[in-house]
Design a protein around this ligand. Structure first.
Ligand SMILES: [Zn+2]
Length: 458
């Protein structure tokens, strides 16, 4: 009898311990433009290539959220970023500010008030819509100077991005903002080689000072180029070294999934989704060392491109993308370079072969080859720059047609347009209190649930 009683008491104690667990370390991933199909296309590709499945696909808790903004059923990144940072719907184009001009309250601000550490990291500009929605408040997301200043004035412990984006007509550039950050006493590190554990706040940027826009796409990356995982591991090191006791929230954005999707470039998208998953793995490795204290959320702000699985046939062939070695933009630049050198069709064909696998691993129909040679003739021989067509757009058309052929006619995966759609999105949750995310139904529920389970707001 006594033994039974002890067993019951021990079971209750264990149950109470689980109940009492509160996440102390929160990783909040946002795949910009990462709809369900962007995720599934990546999974289908990885499986076709014999690569591991996406780590977050098998998270134990999944649910769906709606994404509409206050002004539209189809959101932009700043309105969605604000919903995900504050739980408040605002109009498209604003950043951390309602249409009435009131500042929203970010979970980062509430966490800071409780003594938690906070961080943001992204592949795009450090003052771009999604990260800025976590620390900034402007009527327009394009007010990059105001957002840069607000980042410097904020209490964000660790902020990382490609660079400070330049505001149109502003005299201030990336270097000016770096100087101002240093004047404000913030440690600025370029790339993982420079990063070191330090007291005080940290801003981390691309190792390459020539990067003033986004980081290079994952599939265009060269050795030494800065990547999201560099930021993520530095962020974990910095935040854990200062806030092991109090806890921290780190928002990590795969910001260029969206850009590759705007360009209707599926191999580019897959590269970016897998790239964000590399950072998710770092969070999972951290969780393995801190079980019972870590929560990982992966979600998205909106879908981009209206990506469709299948194209007129009951089959997809993701393996056809295996030969694509660069993004559409990088391919376009390679073709532009050939044009400056008056290259022959054979030379252009070789570039398409080397960079996309066309005529090599991917069969090209005679009809399609005629379409390519026609575009080559217009751009390289006729120099057809009449009306609204400039040389760059014709070069772009050759690259675009090559990628369209690969995506639609060969991989059987098609795009509806090059903008955002209003598709609902998944939320994947792992770790302590992950189950609380099983019932979220709107993007504004996600930060509210984070605040509740962490007890930052009771
Ligand atoms: Zn977008």
């Amino acid at each position: 009898m006594k033994r039974i009683l002890i067993t019951i008491i021990a079971a209750f104690a264990a149950f109470a311990a689980i109940q009492a667990q509160t996440p102390k370390y929160v990783f909040y991933f946002i795949g910009d433009g990462m709809g369900t199909n962007q995720t599934y296309a990546t999974i289908a590709y990885n499986r076709a290539m014999g690569q591991p499945d996406l780590n977050f696909w098998s998270f134990p808790v999944k649910s769906f959220i709606t994404t509409n903004s206050a002004s539209s059923l189809v959101t932009d990144s700043s309105a969605a970023g604000t919903a995900l940072s504050s739980g408040t719907k605002i109009g498209n184009g604003g950043c951390g500010m309602t249409m009435e001009g009131e500042n929203t309250v970010s979970i980062m601000e509430l966490a800071q008030a409780k003594g938690w550490g906070t961080g943001v990291a992204t592949t795009v500009g450090i003052n771009h819509a999604t990260p800025a929605a976590f620390y900034g408040h402007t009527r327009s997301r394009g007010e990059y100077d105001a957002l840069s200043q607000q980042l410097l004035d904020s209490k964000i412990d660790f902020a990382a991005g490609s660079a400070f984006l330049h505001q149109r007509h502003s005299e201030l550039g990336n270097e000016d903002w770096i100087a101002r950050a240093k004047e404000a006493g913030i440690n600025v590190y370029r790339g993982k080689e420079e990063y070191r554990r330090s007291d005080g706040r940290v801003i981390m940027l691309s190792a390459d000072p020539k990067v003033t826009d986004d980081l290079p796409y994952a599939i265009d990356r060269k050795p030494g180029d800065t990547k999201l995982a560099d930021f993520t591991s530095a962020a974990i090191d910095h935040l854990y070294s200062h806030y092991a006791k109090k806890g921290f929230i780190l928002m990590i954005e795969g910001g260029m999934i969206d850009h590759a999707a705007h360009a209707n470039d599926l191999a580019g998208v897959i590269g970016e989704v897998n790239d964000m998953a590399e950072s998710v793995q770092l969070a999972l490795d951290f969780a393995a060392k801190h079980p019972g204290e870590t929560l990982i959320i992966v979600t998205a702000d909106h879908e981009t491109g209206g990506l469709t699985m299948g194209y007129g046939e009951y089959e997809m062939y993701p393996d056809q993308l295996a030969g694509q070695k660069c993004t559409k933009g990088a391919l376009s630049e390679k073709i532009a370079e050939l044009m400056r050198n008056d290259a022959s069709w054979k030379e252009v064909k070789d570039v398409l072969r080397q960079n996309l696998g066309l005529w090599d691993t991917v069969e090209v129909s005679p009809r399609q080859e005629r379409a390519f040679t026609q575009l080559y003739k217009e751009a390289f021989l006729d120099k057809d720059v009449s009306e609204d067509r400039n040389l760059y757009s014709i070069v772009g058309r050759l690259a675009s047609e090559a990628i369209r052929y690969l995506d639609e006619d060969k991989a059987n995966i098609s795009w509806s347009f090059s903008d955002h759609s209003g598709a609902p999105l998944p939320v994947y949750a792992y770790g302590v209190k992950a189950e609380a995310f099983g019932t979220v139904t709107d993007n504004t529920d996600v930060p509210k649930t984070i605040l509740k389970v962490t007890r930052i707001v009771k």
